[in-house]
Design a protein around this ligand. Structure first.
Ligand code: MG
Length: 293
């Protein structure tokens, strides 16, 4: 079993509101503060969505992503993972708009494969778009976090790996318990893990009440885990989490009790093949010959 465990914190997502839990972050400062505070509690990766700073409505403006990225980079070497899911985007530009976070050159971006019903919405991910997103990530030296909500999405990812479009090790997020995706059960998590390519690194998330059972099982299976308000706003039944960092601290403590060691951001970068922040990008490596800071 892999001893090191990478904890991702997904600090806000697009569903929870301050009415549900007053600690849900909305502004770029609140989102960055939640990520950095979570790094102090053991998170190596921050998965970032942005919100309208005033209303908290889901947003997808490049300037908001940039402000969050800059604010985290100013204070932490944690891996910044910007979403490209844009589930609530509409209009003719939406597929192009979904690529904009990649152009900011974060360390990582989520990559969605396969279209599906997602609660009361349709999550539209045509194969051509996923391939374009992967190519855009490669050009910008961004590591894909392959989000899979059912087994067919893994098959599609394997095809992209075989075509040489995704660098090894491919990194998967097994998303368990999204309404109309694969249900969160021990049998289903084992099944999803078995479907992964042999060299894959993987993490697991569970939605709502599925969060704790799924991540504890992920810890026992040698996987990595994700917590945070995007998936669940409770620290235990009927008790709201005080903040994202409290959930990370709980996960870190639980992992240590199960014999795992929490990876630092630097260790997570090594495991995932993501360069350190002060590493020079060579001009022949597809970068721009300047330091990435
Ligand atoms: Mg997300």
């Amino acid at each position: 079993m892999e001893k090191k465990i990478i904890i991702t914190v997904a600090v806000t997502g697009s569903f929870p509101t301050k009415e549900m839990n007053p600690a849900v972050p909305y502004t770029p400062k609140e989102i960055a503060d939640a990520a950095v505070e979570s790094a102090g509690a053991g998170a190596a990766i921050a998965h970032i969505h942005v919100r309208d700073p005033k209303t908290g409505a889901p947003e997808f403006k490049k300037a908001l992503f940039k402000e969050v990225l800059d604010r985290i980079r100013d204070r932490s070497d944690m891996i910044v993972n910007l979403t490209t899911s844009g589930l609530r985007l509409k209009g003719p530009r939406m597929m192009a708009q979904r690529l904009e976070p990649i152009q900011l050159k974060p360390d990582m971006c989520s990559l969605d494969l396969g279209s599906m019903n997602f609660s009361d919405m349709v999550f539209n991910n045509p194969p051509q778009w996923s391939q374009e997103a992967v190519q855009c990530m490669r050009e910008n030296r961004v590591k894909p976090e392959i989000e899979v909500f059912e087994a067919g999405h893994i098959s599609q990812a394997k095809d992209l790996v075989q075509k040489g479009l995704i660098d090894v090790p491919p990194y998967f997020q097994l998303c368990m318990g999204v309404k109309w995706g694969i249900e969160a059960s021990p049998e289903n998590l084992l099944f999803m893990k078995r479907e992964l390519p042999g060299d894959a690194l993987w993490s697991v998330l569970g939605t709502g009440k599925n969060q704790i059972p799924m991540i504890v099982m992920g810890m026992l299976l040698g996987g990595n885990v994700r917590v945070g308000f995007e998936d669940n706003i409770f620290i235990k039944k009927d008790v709201l989490a005080k903040n994202n960092a409290q959930m990370v601290a709980w996960a870190a403590d639980q992992a240590e009790r199960l014999g795992r060691t929490v990876a630092t951001p630097g260790e997570a970068r090594q495991l995932l093949g993501i360069r350190a922040l002060n590493e020079t990008v060579c001009s022949d490596g597809g970068g721009h010959g300047k330091e990435v800071l």
